[in-house]
Design a protein around this ligand. Structure first.
Ligand code: SF4
Ligand code: SF4
Length: 72
């Protein structure tokens, strides 16, 4: 329930979901290792995706990405 309220508040505030720019990403996995909420998963092609339902918007992945490939 709290997550639903958080998501509604997030949309009202106009904040966008985080996503990975596949053109910039070098598949290093730093974001995956950094995320303590299990919100980043690895795909079959070794790329990574952010599960926005699990994301707590702590921005640790964004701060640790060497290619600035994580965008909001
Ligand atoms: S840290 Fe950045 S470059 Fe590395 S896998 Fe994640 S998004 Fe891609
Ligand atoms: S912002 Fe935080 S919770 Fe969301 S994907 Fe990045 S490290 Fe995980």
């Amino acid at each position: 329930m709290n997550n639903i309220l958080f998501k509604i508040a997030w949309k009202i505030l106009g904040r966008k979901e985080l996503h990975i720019d596949k053109e910039l990403c070098i598949k290093c996995g730093k974001c995956y290792k950094t995320c303590t909420h299990g919100a980043i998963t690895q795909n079959e092609d070794k790329s990574y995706s952010i599960n926005t339902d699990r994301c707590h918007r702590c921005y640790h992945c964004l701060e640790n990405c060497p290619k600035k490939a994580i965008k909001s």
